[in-house]
Structures are given as C-alpha cells and as structure tokens.
Design a protein around this ligand. Structure first.
Ligand SMILES: NC(=O)c1ccc[n+]([C@@H]2O[C@H](COP(=O)([O-])OP(=O)(O)OC[C@H]3O[C@@H](n4cnc5c(N)ncnc54)[C@H](O)[C@@H]3O)[C@@H](O)[C@H]2O)c1
Length: 711
C-alpha cells in the first residue's frame, strides 16, 4: 500500500493485520520509516510529531508488515519492488498535501498514480486489484446533497483538481490495460493523531490544551455552519477492507457516515466531552475561497455490501481529546529532566558504487589516488591475501604517492573477534590515524566484516572501501554495510551498519582461491539465486565444473555480477534489514549456530550456509511447501559443488541448541526462510528444534548428499 504512514494508511494497516492472520503488507511512502510517529506534526506545547496510538505502534512493528521509503515516481525501484512482493491487492492512498504548489500536486497525485499503474502492467505480475482512495473534496461545491457517486465533480482548489484528474487518468489507463480497480471517495475522517488542518483535529487539540490549562479558553475556528460527513478513521479502514473483499471492480464508492453534521455540532459535542460547555470564547478565522458549505455523501452503495459504521461521533471526538491529554501526561513525566520536549529527526541516505571488473586490482592504486588524494590509506588484510594482493597494492599505492600503510591480521574466521578488533584499533591509534583517513579492507568476508566494524567504531566512524578477494565477499559480504565480529556464543553478535564508500571487485583474483573457498562462495550464490534469481540457479547448475576450476574469468565475473545485483536489489530499499533483506537469511538461521558449535574453526561460513540451505529445503519438502523435484534440484546443486562438507551428524544436531542466541538478536522470535521453489522463498514463523533435527536425519539418508552427514 502507498501512503502507508499517512493518517488513513496507518489505521488501515492496523485493521488488516488484525483481520487477516496470514496477510503480508508492504507499505511504501515518501517519508523515512517511523515506528512511533505519524509523519505530520500536531501542536502540544509547540509542534511535535504526532505519536502513534498503541495499536498503531504495534502494527508498525508487526513482522507481517514492512515499510520501504520510496518515491512512486521512481519507476525502476517501484517495478523492482512489485516484482519481488507480487501483491494481490494494491491500495493507493498516497497523496500530496493540500497546500503544496500546483506542479507538485500534479506530479504527486497524477504522476505517481500513472507511475504505479505502469509499473503494475509493465511487470511480469498477476494483475492485482487496485484500490484508489481519494478525499471527498473531489466533489467540490455540490449542488445537491447527499452526493452520490454519479454526481459531477466540481473541484474548487488545485488539490481537488489534481485528485479528480488522477481518478480520470486512472479510469482511462485501467480500461486500456484491463486492470481491476475500485475507487473509494473518502469524506471527512477523524480520529486520534489526525492532522490539525482538519476541523476535528483543530477543535480537539485546542480543547485539550484548554482542559490541560495550557491555553486561554479561546477557540480559533472558521465557519460553524458548514456541514461535513464526518467518519471515524477506523470505519474508513473497515470500509476499505470491505471494498477489497466485496466491492465491485470498476465501481466508485463513497466512504463516509452518510450523516450531515455541522462544525457547530462537532464543537458542542467536543466541549461537552471535555466538560467545557459554556467555558470558552470563539475567535473567528477568515474563510477560504475553497471552503464548501455543505458536504455529505450518499453511502447506499457501501451499505449494499453489508457495511455500517460502528463508531459514534461523540466517542471519536472524546478519544481525540484524550489522545492529547495523554500527551500532556507524558510531557509532565518528562518535565523533571527537561522543561521542553524536543524531537530529533534522523535521516540518512547513502549510495556507493560496486565495481566488478577483471583486472581492476592493477588499476586500483590510481583509482584510490583519484578518489582519496592526500588522505591517508590504511590497508587491512590477512596473511594469505596480503602476500598475494595486499602487499603489491601497498607498493602500488605508495608508487602513486598515497600515504599508505598495511595492517595484517591472522587468516581465518577466528580473527573476526573483539580481541582482533581491539588490536586493530590500537594499531590505528599507534599510527596516528585520524578521522579523514580511509581504511581499505582487502581480503575475504572475514576482513571486510572486521575492517568494516573497526571503521564503524574508530573515532565514531571513519570511511572505508572494500576490496573483496573471495567469491563470497565479492558478491555478498563486501556489500550492504553489515559489519560485525563474533563472540564465542554467537556469530556476528557485536557489529554495526556502516556502509563502505566504494567496493572494488576483481574477479581475476578468484583464480588463486582454493577450490573449497570457491565452493563456499557458491553456497551464498545459490542462496541469492533461490531468492528470486532462477537464471542464476540454472547457470550454477550447468557450469559447476568450470566454476570450481576457476579458470574462466568471464564465468566468474558473471556469477559475481548476477549474485551481487540480486543482493543489491534486495537490500536497496531496506538498508536496515526490516523486510526484503530478511529473505537473505535463508540458510543462515542454522548456519550461524553451526559455526558457533565448531568454534569458528574447520568449517567455512559458506559451508555452514550450504547445510542451512539443505535443511531449509528438506523442511520445506516435508511440509509440502516446496515441490519434491525442486527440493531435489537444490540438494543436487549443492552436491555438485561438494557441499555441504563432511560433518558429524551429532555436531549438526547439537548446533540446534544454540538457536537461543539468535532468538535474542531477533527479539525472541525466530523466523525461518524456506525455499518454496527454484527462485522463490517464504518466511515462516518459529520452527522448533525437533523439526530441524528430523530434517537433518532425513538428509543424512538422501542419495545425493546423505554420506556427507556422517553418523
Ligand atoms: N557482511 C555481510 O553482509 C556478510 C555476508 C556474507 C558473509 N559474511 C561473512 O564473510 C565471512 C566469510 O567470508 P569468506 O568465505 O570470504 O571467508 P574468509 O575471509 O575467511 O576467506 C576464506 C579464505 O579464502 C582466502 N582467500 C581470500 N581471497 C583469496 C584469494 N583471492 N586467493 C586465495 N585465497 C584467498 C582467505 O585467506 C581465507 O583463507 C564470514 O565471516 C561471514 O560471516 C558477511
């Protein structure tokens, strides 16, 4: 749904999550994700972001809901998102603000709708039902009330004009493309948290401030005789849901209470609820030319679907006043520490290039010089890679005049620890490395994770670039900004999100990689292939021998490019792991405890992932959610890359008992990602250890990989 963080959007999400236990909702909107506030301000001792009510905040955190900040006019990202999520219903509520400049109204209200429709029809999607919500103001100055859906729209201001234009544009486009659409014309919603531009919000906020003793008993209001069709926002949410379930495609529905109520009546009800009747004076506000004197919708069409409003206007107004008074209590509690409540908004936007070019290492000194000029570059690497690539790179950097240094840690996953983190920090400090210096991590995923974490913390964060040299690091570990070290009890337990400034991959460097490390890198490529890239899966199936030989730079480059592109597509909208990125955990929920069980020695990360993939596949096959022939293909592909390695079955079973540490990271809930076919996955709630152990035992009998799990 679009406009997911708007007033109606929030209530709609909460309602659908409550009504449908198995639903998944992907919200998009222009604003960054907010889990505690709406994106608009209200007034309480000055402007504050309107807090979400408890049910709305719970909905924002519900694992079935994810949010992605997205400008709908960004067609490529929108198409990508639709292709991944494949919605069966799209609810479009996004809209510009009433007072935005006209050109912005057009691009937001019309342009984004066109973009949305074209992204839907341009993608390879089963066509979803499209529900378009527009505000009741589309009718403008009506000549007869109540207004039915056949009444002509006579918009009075640029906002309403753009909404009518959007509706008209939609009706032409959806006919052309044969889409199923329902239009909802929403009248005057009210409810806790609403914007004070709307009359109920304005009245209730002032009344609450008077009741709390924060304001003089004077209310500023426009005309009191104007009438509206006020409808509780929760009824609007119910009505939209009813339209999805029972509405007739191609039809337009008024969404309102069907009751004509004057502003004076609203005022009287709200004052009575706050026990302020007769205790306030009115100060009139100037009328606006676009003010409409009478507005009420005929709601028979909606009623014919069996819908009735259940919220009473007086109760709704009372709840809005109570919402403000609760804010007052909160502010009161805060007052011990501070005399005012401030709101800090944090926005961040980061993008960086990922270069994949065979032979790039030879050019890297020049490129680093161009990019970082006089800044000091500290190369971080490990023993084996240092001999092969980091030392020549150091030499090259110095040749081009860079102030370059090289720090080397021991090879292997055990170096990804707090001890080595501390050691590197000490050595950087010893070198006098300052904030403008740049770390250059050159090595496999271990070096990228460790060096990236040091960069995230040293002087509260310094820039770094990744020069990944293993297959796994080139298409996966070096990209995405997740940096961490392990603790003895849990993998990647201490870390941060800190993105590199650039990533430089030279697939030619993979030629020196051991066969076992190549195979470990393929395991992560199989994972991303299962997350929506079936062509990569086929490529890996047909070229196993050539890949393991590592002699074909074109093939290696293609695998890196395809896998990296898939990972980037999955994480681009979701840099902080909230929704799309979660599927990348496929195979990892078991892989991490397995690495813990082995003390991070004797098993590669990719190998552990391979076992995790095999187990996830087996579970999905046993549950009947993945066809047996697809499951078999996945297991045979792993076997073609000599994956997983030979592992004692009892140690694998013991790994299941470490899942608790991962539960801790995931707020007590352990979601598993399971393949549901070649290129598709699903996220399922909590899997118990018994099911995992049963899958491990079944795998140990599988004809292709059974012998790898020795009893
Ligand atoms: N941050 C992320 O998003 C992310 C994603 C996936 C994996 N990881 C992490 O990556 C790590 C695993 O990465 P890895 O498999 O690269 O392990 P690694 O860094 O330990 O490298 C594996 C082996 O390959 C060798 N090597 C690397 N490049 C070489 C080359 N060009 N020629 C010869 N030998 C070379 C190394 O010396 C090492 O022995 C794990 O710690 C894992 O948690 C992180």
């Amino acid at each position: 749904m679009t406009g997911a963080q708007g007033f109606i959007g929030r209530y709609f999400v909460a309602h659908v999550l409550e009504a449908l236990p198995d639903v998944r909702i992907l919200g998009v909107g222009r604003s960054p994700e907010q889990r505690d506030h709406f994106t608009h301000h209200i007034t309480w001792r000055g402007p504050v972001l309107a807090p979400l009510t408890a049910p709305l905040a719970a909905a924002a955190r519900d694992p079935r809901y994810g949010y992605v900040p997205l400008d709908l006019n960004d067609r490529p990202r929108l198409s990508e998102l639709l292709a991944q999520f494949r919605p069966d219903t799209v609810v479009h509520l996004a809209a510009a603000l009433r007072d935005d400049p006209p050109e912005h109204l057009v691009s937001s209200n019309v342009g984004s709708l066109v973009s949305l429709i074209e992204a839907i029809v341009g993608g390879d999607l089963p066509p979803p039902l499209l529900v378009l919500g527009s505000s009741g103001a589309v009718y403008g100055a009506a000549t007869t009330v109540p207004i039915d859906e056949q009444s002509a729209c006579s918009p009075l201001d640029p906002y309403a004009v753009s909404k009518v234009a959007a509706e008209n544009m939609a009706s032409v486009l959806v006919q052309r493309y044969g889409l199923q659409t329902i239009c909802a014309r929403i009248f005057n919603p009210l409810g806790p948290g609403q914007d004070e531009r709307h009359v109920c919000g304005r009245i209730c906020s002032q009344i609450a401030a008077i009741a709390a003793g924060l304001a003089d008993p004077v209310l500023e209001l426009g005309t009191l005789t104007a009438t509206r069709d006020f409808v509780d926002v929760r009824d609007v949410a119910r009505a939209l849901f009813c339209l999805i379930e029972r509405g007739q495609a191609g039809a337009t529905y008024n969404v309102g209470s069907g009751m004509e109520t004057s502003v004076q009546q609203v005022l009287d009800l709200a004052l009575r609820g706050a026990r302020l009747t007769g205790a306030v004076r009115l100060r009139p506000m100037p009328a606006r030319p676009s003010d409409i004197s009478r507005l009420v919708g005929r709601t028979d069409r909606l009623a014919a679907l069996g819908f009735t409003c259940i919220h009473d206007l007086a109760d709704s107004l009372q709840e809005i006043v109570d919402y403000y008074l609760a804010l007052g209590d909160r502010a009161q509690e805060d007052r011990g520490e501070a005399s005012n409540l401030y709101q800090v908004e944090v926005r961040s936007h980061h993008s960086y290039p990922v270069h994949v070019e065979p032979g790039l290492l030879a050019e890297l000194p020049g490129r680093l010089e161009q990019r970082f000029g006089r800044r000091r570059c500290v190369l971080v690497s490990e023993a084996r890679v240092a001999r092969l690539y980091a030392e020549p790179l150091l030499y090259g950097c110095r040749q081009v005049g860079l102030d370059a240094h090289l720090l080397i840690v021991g090879e292997g996953e055990t170096s990804k620890s707090l001890t080595h983190f501390q050691e590197l920090v000490n050595r950087l400090q010893g070198l006098g490395v300052a904030r403008r210096s740049v770390l250059v991590n050159i090595g496999g995923g271990m070096v990228c994770d460790l060096g990236g974490f040091v960069a995230s913390a040293y002087l509260r964060g310094i820039p770094y670039v990744n020069v990944p040299t293993s297959l796994l690091a080139q298409h996966d570990a070096a990209i995405g900004g997740k940096v961490a070290v392990n603790t003895p009890l849990a993998k990647n337990f201490v870390g941060a999100f800190h993105h590199p400034t650039a990533v430089y991959c030279d697939p030619a460097a993979l030629r020196t990689l051991h066969r076992r490390d190549l195979a470990a890198g393929v395991a992560e490529a199989i994972k991303v292939a299962l997350c929506g890239e079936p062509r990569l899966f086929q490529l890996l199936e047909t070229r196993a021998d050539a890949l393991l030989d590592a002699r074909d730079p074109k093939l290696l480059t293609e695998v890196v490019q395809r896998s990296a592109a898939r990972k980037i597509a999955l994480l681009a909208p979701d840099p902080l792991e909230v929704d799309l990125r979660r599927v990348l955990n496929l195979g990892h929920t078991l892989a991490h405890p397995l690495e813990v069980e082995f003390g991070y020695e004797g098993i590669r990360h990719g190998e552990a992932v391979a076992l995790g993939l095999a187990v996830a596949t087996q579970v999905a096959v046993e549950r009947g959610t993945c066809p047996e022939k697809d499951g078999d293909r996945i297991l045979r592909l792993l076997a073609a890359y000599e994956l997983p390695p030979r592992l004692p079955l009892d140690r694998c079973e013991a790994a299941c008992s470490h899942l608790g540490a991962i539960r801790l990271v995931r707020d007590g809930r352990l979601h598993f990602v399971l393949p549901s076919g070649i290129g598709t996955v699903e996220i399922v709630p909590e899997l118990d250890e018994v099911e995992l152990v049963a899958a491990l035992r079944a795998l140990s009998r599988h004809p292709a990989i059974g012998w790898r799990l020795a009893a």
